[in-house]
Design a protein around this ligand. Sequence first.
Ligand code: GRF
Length: 190
Amino acid sequence: MPSQHQVKKVGILISGRGSNMMALVEAAGDAYEVVMVASDKPDAPGLAWAHEHGIPTFALSPKGIGKPAHEAAMTAALREAGAEILALAGYMRLLSDEFVADWRGRIVNIHPSLLPKYKGLDTHARAIEARDAEAGCSVHIVTEELDGGEVLGQARVPILPDDDAETLAARVLAEEHRLYATVLADFAAR
Ligand code: GRF
């Protein structure tokens, strides 16, 4: 019997401008739908965009309440919205082991480097500094190890002689938007 096609419900976590979130929202279709955009920064520009586009939003800062309460509230809101998968899109806060365990194997992230190279911050400056010929981005499953889970897909760009961290970041970002939407659709269809 053919299995019934199911549109997976995705919650997106952001902290800032949310350009990857916008790309995911705009590419949503048969494989996934975005049911909530959540942010740890109530003034994240991406939140306003999501709200204007009719997507339920959740905004809560952990300041004053602490990480466990913040994550519990986020999980409750995401579950209430029906989220089955979480996509981190510029979410700049480390998730606790408990949160990762709660959503085990169902959180993906986009990272602006060719993992396993350059985990963490300042990836573009580090790639230029190392005189790498190319840079890129990776979508991976989130585990307890920072930027360490299974890589689901990568896109590459050349590093040009005149590049600085900013010009390289812009070239990589255009690839992030394409890659993330494609990989999330594949992941949702798994
Ligand atoms: C992206 O470069 C992403 O790879 C990194 O943070 C940046 C977020 O940008 N994790 P945006 O908020 O999606 O525009």
